[in-house]
Design a binder for this molecule. Structure first.
Ligand SMILES: [Zn+2]
Length: 498
């Protein structure tokens, strides 16, 4: 199917080019005609949208460890090859397999009804006969709620009420509170935790159990309406049981793969700039906002560079990381595999917040970084304004680069519809803002090109001592704890050792 060009896109292109021209007239002539050429190419008709449609509608949800994920790896390799871009499949180890095959639940007792559920990643499974226990009202899962429950928790499923999530801000809260709730529940002997789905319209979703692969209990999300019915019953003194059948494919460590495209630098090929997005998704939807759109974008930038013979001074690696959702394992694998080259990594960037407008970057690096970034977006300033935030951020594939002391960026994007569809069944192709995605491709390309072609920067990697200072001066430790990566840093299993 051929992608149509949206009229708004043409309009945007006109605005962009006129702003770019104005910028050139006012300031010194831009020597980087290649950057302009690249930006214009990405705003034209490219296979960006057909790629995204194939990855999402045809291949579909692709949790790491699934057949669909392997298919997406092969697809990524093929798309780079077809674009004439050198590409490698790089192996790394996943700590254990977890794929949900099916999940169902029935509420029984004073009322009987089925409730759609999704197992949370790394939930334990059940036998095919399932598991049954009392269903009890866990309130919002606060310390006080659990205090009041006391011994009633023992061997029961604790149902946790959640506020409805309609925007981006609620996501981080879900992560932080989940960790505390699970800790309290299992300290009091609960059999499992059932979260009331926070998404409107009964949409199911999943994100990691707080303990990740170390979790040993059933954990699930129950569709909002069924969970709220159960809570009303429990709050009017009815007794309920929950019967769940979680058919989970689980197993030990296995190999997964990153797909790494590369355009060698013409002048300083040993110096490397990384632009990355993750290939894997959770399996309920088709991983369009998270993160198919940015995968298609990364491929398209490589393709247009190759097509137009654009070769900056430094090498660019176009990384489709895998295993991100389960704990950033692919990017961790990358820094381990390329340990000898890390001193020569100039910058690593991640794109992972859907298709809302890129309005700047979270940046982590030396003092000159913010100023450099302001210049980097000049070829696309008509798509601004851009505001950068100087703060380390945990939550995607920049993490291991950051903790290896490498300058790293995460595109900050307008939340748009990312929150409600996050890890949800509703994360499908139709949710992607196809016009904005092209504009984002132009922005990402300009930034990547600027770092790759710049003449003078010689930024050094941060030492462990400096990273410790960064942790002390920011909320980094809290973020690392939330994402379950703190202990490995302390134990020097992950991140810079000296
Ligand atoms: Zn993501």
């Amino acid at each position: 199917m051929k992608a149509r060009v949206h009229p708004l896109l043409i309009l945007s292109l006109v605005i962009l080019l006129s702003c770019g021209a104005r910028a050139r007239a006012q300031e010194k002539p831009n020597p980087d005609d290649d950057a302009q050429k690249l930006v214009a190419a990405l705003l034209g008709e490219t296979p960006l949208l057909t790629d995204l449609q194939f990855l999402t509608d045809v291949i579909g949800g692709r949790p790491t460890g699934s057949q669909a994920n392997l298919r997406s790896v092969n697809w990524g390799l093929k798309r780079f090859l077809e674009a004439g871009v050198e590409v490698t499949r790089e192996e790394f180890e996943m700590p254990g397999r977890w794929v949900e095959k099916s999940a169902r639940a029935e509420v029984q007792g004073d009322a009987t009804f089925s409730a759609r559920i999704a197992a949370m990643p790394f939930s334990s499974g059940t036998t095919l006969d399932g598991l049954e226990g009392m269903l009890i009202d866990g309130g919002s899962g606060s310390a006080l709620d659990f205090n009041n429950l006391g011994a009633r928790c023992k061997n029961a499923f604790v149902l946790i009420e959640t506020p409805e999530l309609t925007d981006f801000d609620g996501l981080f809260r879900e992560y932080t509170e989940g960790a505390l709730i699970e800790k309290r529940a299992f300290a009091q002997g609960a059999m499992g935790v059932v979260y009331m789905g926070s998404r409107p319209n009964n949409v199911l979703y999943r994100h990691n159990a707080s303990l990740g692969i170390k979790n040993k209990h059933p954990l699930m999300i129950m569709e909002r309406d069924a969970a709220s019915r159960a809570l009303r019953l429990l709050r009017t003194d009815r007794d309920l049981n929950l019967h769940v059948v979680l058919d989970i494919e689980s197993g030990g460590p296995y190999s997964s793969y990153n797909v790494i495209g590369e355009i060698k630098g013409r002048d300083r090929p040993e110096e490397i700039v990384v632009i990355g997005a993750h290939l894997d998704s959770w399996g309920l939807g088709t991983g369009a906002l998270d993160n198919g759109c940015n995968v298609a974008m990364v491929i398209d930038i490589a393709r247009q560079m190759k097509k137009h013979g654009i070769q900056p001074r430094r090498t660019i690696r176009f990384a489709l990381f895998n295993g991100e959702e389960q704990g950033f394992y692919g990017s961790w694998g990358y820094v381990k595999l390329h340990a000898d080259e890390l001193d020569r990594h100039v910058m690593a960037s991640s794109y992972d917040i859907g298709s809302g407008r890129i309005n700047g970057f979270f940046l982590n690096g030396p003092a000159g970084l913010a100023g450099f970034l302001e210049k980097a977006v000049l070829p696309v300033q008509g798509l601004g304004p851009f505001t950068n935030i100087d703060a380390p951020i945990v939550g995607t594939d920049n993490y291991d680069f950051m903790m290896e002391g490498i300058v790293n960026l995460v595109a900050n994007q307008e939340p748009a519809n990312y929150g409600p569809n996050y890890h949800a069944r509703s994360d499908t192709y139709d949710k992607v803002d196809l016009v904005q995605l092209r504009l984002n491709a132009a922005i990402a390309a300009a930034v990547t090109y600027a770092f790759a072609d710049e003449r003078i920067i010689r930024w050094k990697r941060q030492s462990r001592v400096n990273l410790e200072k960064l942790i002390q001066g920011t909320d980094l430790e809290e973020q690392m704890r939330t994402f379950g990566v703190w202990e490995d840093w302390v134990a020097k299993k992950r991140g810079r050792k000296d």
